[in-house]
Each structure stands twice: as structure tokens, then as C-alpha cells.
Ligand binder design. Structure first.
Ligand code: ADP
Ligand code: MG
Length: 621
């Protein structure tokens, strides 16, 4: 009776395999890196189990990764003495349950003209890279759990794989690749040696190739920053970051108090979230005295720093700590605070040292910093110092910090003003901006839809309130050009009449002191709400959120010719004046981006046009 079990690959894995086997021809050598990385992970896991005092099978077997090539047979074997896999783990890890990365990787492959196989490790599906070069993959594995047994897993990449018991296996895993006809070069020792040197020089475990020891173990983060060469950092980054580009920033530091920490952190060149990968997972590995505690450690940094890659090593961590207790330990929170504070300080230093480079970083990563302002109260102030915005005082494309803005503030200015707009052009043409221009007050221009919420959370900077331009109490009524304006009394009268005429469409009509060239603007009557936020809430409401009631105040410009004429027309032709009043309101709603259905307005506008051009009087059919 045969004890061989036949299993099917999960559909997405099958799809992935199909692409890996049939469409990936470049960078095939990375399978070596991926399988060695898995072997090293397995060794780390074993070391951890050992360190925490749990029983293991064959405790005397040293942790090594051995690679053997057999040119005549056309095979290459990657073996480790690590944690191994049980029957259940083989089924789960190698074929049944797709990692979340599978789908993301498939998507990346589908979208790119030239799929980038190098990224396969990034998506947590590195094992399958074996099928780029192998027509048959055999995995022999014996778990480190003493009571387990050995298993043989075999697949030719088709619909599934076979599993059967395998007797007398040493602890760990052997992956045997029967190479494809066009991949036989990987059965040559020299070729494999070259690839290992290229990708895997930092592996923490001895690597043997055909019986010969290859690398020396180097925990580069544990060395003095001055002693490490740039190339070594880049090699290391390539290895921990699964990224073939150079890192954008690197921070290597150690501290003794309040915690003993050695850290080597990298900021990738590109923001991977904008590459369509969805939310990235932190790729900082947590070590204690060079023993891996947790790869992709959760909680080590605040969520908004999830773009960081690298290593944190702390002697203060208890070795036998489990992942679960690690998650919310006070120690982890302390580590988080120290690391985050240090990284923020680093960014501030970089911004001073090389503003152009910082500006590029900002372009790529600003969303993360803003997320931090909103979600990370303890670091909000420091994050505020890192924000950059365009400003009315600078040419287009240049950004200022809030500190620089404050240093430019004239004596009479008490608040920091900002204006949310879709573009620079829109900001400069906005009725909310004209008063500031007249007063020569600087206004920050915010183009990212998140910005207003971010400012709202930041609230103040260096004790100066951050104020939306639309909510600013600005008085330009003494600016030149006021000849012929309505008297205070006439203006108040007109406002009263407008409120009566417009009824429930507005909450209040006020005489504005801030308008220069526009006849009227809308201001949200809710003191904490701006028209931009209102627009965002509306969009959210369409997606099912409960809409909040909308009420606006209308501010009118007593110096504007339209208003002056309207005050006269009110008596002469009440019907026409009422139409003009409605039109004024709609115009202001358009300027604020709050008019959703312009059809009613168009009809009225046409009537007014006819009237101007000498047609039938408005209001009469
Ligand atoms: P990742 O390494 O990112 O998790 P892989 O596709 O490379 O993704 O590997 C999938 C899983 O298979 C690993 O997480 C691990 O659980 C298991 N695995 C792969 N190779 C080995 C090995 N040599 N020893 C033990 N487990 C392994
Ligand atoms: Mg892997």
C-alpha cells in the first residue's frame, strides 16, 4: 500500500507557479538568495528555540547551510540544520495557503511589461523562485520537534505536489532542485559561489559549498559606524531590504541609556506603497545579541514608520520572550519611543544638512509623516517640524517649513495661515486668498487633500495657531480702492435683505472686511469646519457615512461694484435683484467647490444674460 499523498496547490499559487515557470527568464539566479534566506530563517528559528530552552531533535547538530552541486546529475541542493517542517507545516507553507503577498506579486507581474523577478522575496513567496530553474523540486524535511518524523515533498510545478514519509533524515531541510535543460549552469560550483557572494554575504550562519566554508559571519550593525564601508552597507541593505536599489537614507547608531540598542535603519529609495503594493509591512528585524527575536517586528516602530527597513538589536530583551507577550510589553513601548525619537532627530538633521535630498525624501514619503501627525500624539510636535508646504511667499515648486514661515511673520501677524486648494493657480485665484495678498500676509498652499486634517491635528506650531485662510479674521477694509463702497449702514441693510431673500439657503449673511476683488464668499458656519472638509465629508457621505447638516454663512464685499449696484436695484427691480442674489450665492458656492448640480443655476444665468443683452425682463416669461 502506498503512503504517498497527493495535494493540490491552492489556485493562486498555481497561477504564480505558471508565471514563474513560463515567463520569468531574467535574474533567475536570485533563487539561490531566496532558498539560502529561507535556510537562514530556519536556522534563526532553531537558535531561538534553543536559546529559550525548549527541547530539540539532534541538539548536537551545528547550525549550517550546506550547498552541493552535482554537474553530471544536473542538480543543486540547499540544505540546512534549522527548524525543519512538520507534515502540517509543509502543507501549509509550501502550497496550500497562499501568503497575502501572492496576489500582490501576481498583480505586479501582470502590470509590468518586464516583470521584476528580483522582487519575489519582497512579497513573501521566495520559495517558488526555485521553479524558475528547476523542473522538479524535492523538499526533505525533519522538524526540530523531537516527537516528529521526516517527510518528502515533491513537485514538478504542475497542479500539485506529493507528500510521503521519509526515514532517517537529519534535522532541518534539504531542497533538491533538478535543473531544467536551460538552467544547468546552476549545477556548477563556481556559478553558485559567485551568486552567494553577490547576495548572501551577510548570512549569520556558516555556508558551505561542496564541503568548503564560504562566508564569515558579520553582524554589521554591531560594528562601529566609522568602521563600515558604504558598499558593505549597501550589500547589507540589499539583503535585509530585498531591494536592489541603494537606500535613500541610512541611520546607524548605538545607545546605552535608557536602553542598550544597536540599530541600522534604512529608508528605501522608493515608497513601495505608491508602487501598488498596498500597505507595506515594517521590515525591521528585532535581534537580541544577534539572535533573531522577531523578523518584521510588530510594534517596534509606530505604524507611520512602516517604510523603514533594517535591524534593531537590544541586549535588554529577554531571549525567551514570545511573540504574543512581545506585542504589548512595556519594554517594546520603551524601545519604540527611543527609536522613533532618534529617527525623527535624524530626519531633522538631514533636512538641515542637505535640504535638496530632504525635499526628495519628502516628495516620496510625506504621506507617512502626515499620518504620523494625525495618529502619533507624542511625536506630533517633532513631526510638525518636518512638514513642508508651498507658500505664497515662495515661487511655485519650492516648499517651506513651518519654522521658516514663522521666522518671516511680520510683527502684527499672530497666526499661521493656510489655504487648501487643488493647485497653485486655484489658490492664488481664490477669494479666500485676496485679503492676505492685500495685507501681505504669507499663506501656505496645501494641495494634498489630507493637509487640512493634518493642520487641524497639529493645531499650533511654536505656540502660533494654525488657521485656515477661510476662517481667519482679516481686516482689509482700509485697503485702497474703497471709494464708492457702500456705507456701513447700507451694507448692513443689504446683508439683512440678502438673508431674507435667500432664506434657509444661508445661515447668516455678513459684511466682509477681508474681501478685495470678489463680490462674496461662503464660509462654513460650523466654526471647526472649512469648505474643503465639507467637500470631503460629502464624498464620504456618498459612500455611506452619515452626512452632517450643512449651513453656510455668506460674506459680502461692500466695495464690489456688483453689490453696490445690487443695493440700488433692490428697490428699482426687486425680481431682478432676487435673481442676482441667488446667483451671487451660487457663484460663491462654485468658488468653494460646493455646487454639485449647476443646472438650476445655468437656467437663471441664461435669464440674466438675456436681460443684460436686452431681452425680456427677468422674472417674466
Ligand atoms: P517567506 O520566506 O517570505 O516566508 P517563502 O516563500 O520563501 O516566503 O517561504 C515560505 C515558508 O516556507 C516560510 O515562511 C517557511 O515557513 C517555510 N520554509 C521555506 N523554506 C524553509 C526551510 N528551509 N526550513 C524551514 N521552513 C522553510
Ligand atoms: Mg523566503
Amino acid at each position: 500500500m502506498s503512503t504517498t499523498e497527493k495535494h493540490h496547490f491552492q489556485a493562486e499559487i498555481q497561477q504564480l507557479l505558471d508565471i514563474v515557470i513560463h515567463s520569468l527568464y531574467t535574474d533567475r539566479e536570485i533563487f539561490v538568495r531566496e532558498l539560502i534566506s529561507n535556510a537562514a530563517d530556519a536556522c534563526e528559528k532553531l537558535r531561538f528555540r534553543q536559546a529559550s530552552g525548549q527541547p530539540i531533535y539532534q541538539p548536537e547538530a551545528a547550525l549550517t547551510i550546506s550547498i552541493t552541486t552535482d554537474e553530471p546529475a544536473g542538480t543543486v541542493t540547499i540544505a540546512d540544520t534549522g527548524i525543519g517542517m512538520t507534515h502540517g507545516e509543509l502543507v501549509e507553507n509550501l502550497g496550500t495557503i497562499a501568503h497575502s503577498g501572492t496576489r500582490a506579486f501576481l498583480k505586479q507581474l501582470a502590470e509590468n511589461q518586464r516583470p521584476d523577478a528580483k522582487l519575489i522575496g519582497q512579497f513573501g513567496v521566495g520559495f517558488y523562485s526555485a521553479f524558475m530553474v528547476a523542473e522538479k523540486v524535492t523538499v526533505l524535511s525533519r522538524s526540530a520537534l523531537p516527537e516528529e518524523a521526516g517527510w518528502r515533498w515533491v513537485s514538478e510545478g504542475g497542479a500539485g505536489y506529493e507528500l510521503e514519509p521519509a526515514a532517517d533524515l537529519p534535522r532541518g531541510t534539504q531542497v533538491v532542485l533538478q535543473l531544467k535543460a536551460d538552467a544547468k549552469n546552476f549545477a556548477r560550483g563556481e556559478e553558485i559561489e559567485r551568486i552567494i557572494k553577490r547576495y548572501s554575504s551577510f548570512i549569520q550562519f556558516p555556508i558551505e559549498l561542496n564541503g568548503k566554508r564560504l562566508n564569515t559571519v558579520q553582524a554589521i550593525w554591531a560594528r562601529q559606524p566609522g568602521e563600515v564601508k558604504d558598499e558593505d552597507y549597501h550589500e547589507f541593505y540589499r539583503y535585509v531590504g530585498h531591494d536592489h536599489e541603494k537606500p535613500r537614507y541610512r541611520l546607524h547608531f548605538s545607545s546605552d541609556a535608557p536602553l542598550a540598542i544597536q540599530a541600522l535603519l534604512f529608508v528605501p529609495q522608493r515608497n513601495f506603497e505608491t508602487l501598488g503594493l498596498g500597505r507595506v509591512e515594517s521590515e525591521v528585524n528585532l535581534y537580541c545579541r544577534k539572535v533573531l527575536i522577531q523578523s518584521h517586528a510588530k510594534g517596534l516602530f509606530p505604524e507611520w514608520l512602516r517604510f523603514l527597513k533594517g535591524v534593531v538589536d537590544s541586549e535588554d530583551l529577554p531571549l525567551n520572550i514570545s511573540r504574543e507577550t512581545m506585542q504589548d510589553s512595556a519594554l517594546l513601548q520603551k524601545l519604540n519611543r527611543v527609536l522613533t525619537g532618534r529617527f525623527l532627530k535624524f530626519l531633522e538633521e538631514q533636512a538641515v544638512k542637505d535640504p535638496a535630498a530632504y525635499d526628495e525624501f519628502y516628495s516620496e514619503y510625506q504621506r507617512f509623516l502626515k499620518e504620523g501627525v494625525v495618529t502619533d500624539l507624542p511625536h506630533r510636535e517633532a513631526l510638525g517640524r518636518l512638514l513642508r508646504f508651498e507658500s505664497s511667499a515662495l515661487e511655485a515648486g519650492k516648499r517651506t517649513s513651518l519654522a521658516e514661515y514663522v521666522s518671516r511673520m511680520p510683527a502684527g501677524q499672530k497666526e499661521i495661515y493656510f489655504l487648501q486648494a487643488p493647485s497653485r493657480q486655484a489658490a492664488e485665484a481664490s477669494p479666500y486668498f485676496e485679503g492676505f495678498q492685500a495685507r501681505k500676509f504669507e499663506v501656505l498652499f496645501l494641495y494634498d487633500p489630507w493637509d487640512e486634517f493634518v493642520m487641524d491635528h497639529l493645531h499650533t506650531f511654536q505656540d502660533k495657531p494654525l488657521r485656515p485662510a477661510e476662517k481667519a479674521d482679516l481686516d482689509v477694509s482700509d485697503a485702497p480702492g474703497g471709494e464708492g463702497a457702500l456705507s456701513a449702514e447700507a451694507a448692513a441693510d443689504l446683508a439683512k435683505w440678502l438673508k431674507e431673500t435667500l432664506g434657509d439657503k444661508v445661515k447668516e449673511v455678513r459684511v466682509s472686511r477681508r474681501l478685495v476683488g470678489s463680490p462674496a464668499v461662503i464660509v462654513d458656519s460650523d466654526a471647526l469646519m472649512t469648505t474643503t472638509m465639507r467637500r470631503i465629508l460629502r464624498a464620504a457621505a456618498r459612500e455611506g457615512a452619515v452626512p452632517s447638516p450643512e449651513r453656510y454663512d455668506l460674506e459680502i464685499n461692500p466695495r464690489h461694484a456688483s453689490l453696490v449696484r445690487l443695493a440700488q436695484e433692490r428697490q428699482a427691480d426687486p425680481a431682478l435683484a432676487a435673481k442676482v442674489a441667488e446667483q451671487l450665492l451660487d457663484n460663491a458656492r462654485v468658488a468653494a467647490g460646493l455646487l454639485e448640480d449647476p443646472r438650476a443655476m445655468l437656467q437663471r444665468l441664461n435669464e440674466l444674460l438675456e436681460r443684460v443683452l436686452g431681452g425680456a425682463p427677468a422674472g417674466q416669461a
